[in-house]
Design a protein around this ligand. Structure first.
Ligand SMILES: *Cc1c(COP(=O)(O)O)cnc(C)c1O
Length: 366
């Protein structure tokens, strides 16, 4: 088994989480040296944690099951019940984690607007509450890089630095949801270490564009990560011979980071093709990474109807509710596939899909 698709296998653009471990990755997993990670004795996990911490210039790192878990470990490290965190209104931590900040940590969330899923001082200034018994304690600011619902956009180093300095001035902790931080690094032209200096904790996913079956990581200071380990246990995420998945992540770091540029190129070609189709609107001119969002003109039909029509042509896409569609490129989508997707899309628009069933799957969260 490999990534190679039989002619019947669909092209899946719903998310970069749909990637399957390649033959080489499976081999690395099969050969992994393992031990009991709760006892700190899995050499492969230890190696991955050290490597990631070093890469981001942080003292320590800890493996987690999912990005939701590593984000929420970060939230709990910095906050106590009754505290408040600041985040963009489209943020994953707020929208797609099952209300975990409230459910697991008793943390209140204050959402803020901002272009492209990003926060800057214009939105943040004045949002730190006065120290008074009436108010919750503003404690944490969370950024997302790249931004998911924001359109796969990449923060500049300057912007991260501004927010970071502002947060420190106000005694706030700084967490980065870096589910797609390697996409940001490849597209942004900066290093992991340059990002790392601006955050107290960073959550990283191996299960998106990097192609691993699961696994995430939280980086930070020795003290914060020691705390995060206790929290991971409480959240049910302390695993045993986790070297199996750490080996996949090490394989991905070696083979699947630089190639993200290919996903970004494919996404741009896809967007440029989609933009020429009558009835498709709001395709950004510049696609910064691997997420392509666009709108369907109301008269052509809804996103769910379009997804149904595309599914019959062997292409799976993510209706985001209403007229909004998301297509995601990843290592199981080739440059040839992009041409197949564009011609299937043109066919759908030529035939029309406005009279199709209006119920179906969506909106997709990732
Ligand atoms: C996918 C994603 C996560 C984590 O999702 P899991 O499915 O829990 O691994 C976190 N943040 C963002 C922005 C994401 O896109």
């Amino acid at each position: 088994m490999n990534n190679s698709k039989s002619s019947a296998a669909p092209i899946d653009l719903r998310s970069d989480t749909v990637t399957r471990p390649s033959q080489g990755m499976r081999q690395a997993m099969a050969n992994a040296e393992v031990g009991d990670d709760v006892m700190g004795e899995d050499p492969t996990v230890n190696r991955l944690e050290e490597m990631i911490a070093e890469m981001f210039g942080h003292e320590s790192a800890v493996l987690a099951c999912s990005g939701t878990q590593s984000n929420q470990m970060g939230v709990r490290v910095h906050c106590i019940p009754g505290d408040e965190l600041l985040i963009h209104e489209t943020g994953h931590i707020f929208n797609f984690e099952g209300g975990a900040a409230a459910a697991l940590s008793g943390v209140s969330i204050r959402t803020l607007p901002g272009a492209r899923g990003m926060l800057d001082l214009a939105e943040l200034d004045g949002k730190v509450r006065v120290n008074d018994q009436h108010f919750c304690r503003t404690r944490l600011v969370c950024l997302e890089n790249t931004t998911n619902l924001g359109g796969g956009c990449v923060y500049s180093l300057d912007q991260m630095q501004r927010v970071s300095e502002w947060a420190m001035e106000h005694q706030l902790k700084r967490h980065l949801d870096g589910a797609r931080v390697f996409n940001a690094i490849v597209a942004g032209g900066y290093s992991a270490r340059e990002i790392g200096q601006h955050f107290d904790t960073i959550s990283i996913c191996f299960s998106k564009g990097l192609g691993c079956p699961f696994g995430s990581m939280l980086t930070g200071s020795r003290e914060d990560i020691a705390k995060a380990r206790r929290i991971r246990k409480i959240f049910g995420g302390a695993m045993r011979q986790s070297g199996i998945v750490a080996a996949a992540a090490l394989y991905a770091l070696e083979h699947n980071v630089d190639r993200l540029a290919e996903d970004h190129r494919n996404a741009q070609v896809l967007a440029d093709g989609l933009r020429t189709i009558d009835g498709i609107t709001d395709v950004p001119t510049k696609i910064e990474t691997n997420l392509v969002f666009f709108q369907l003109a109301p008269h052509v039909g809804t996103a769910v109807q379009f997804a149904g029509a595309m599914r019959e042509k062997g292409i799976l896409i993510g209706p985001m509710g209403g007229q909004r569609v998301r297509m995601v490129t990843h290592l199981d989508v080739s440059a040839d596939d992009i041409q197949t997707i564009l011609s299937a899309t043109r066919d759908c628009f030529a035939t029309g899909f406005a009279n199709r069933p209006t119920t179906g799957k969506g909106p997709f969260s990732r």
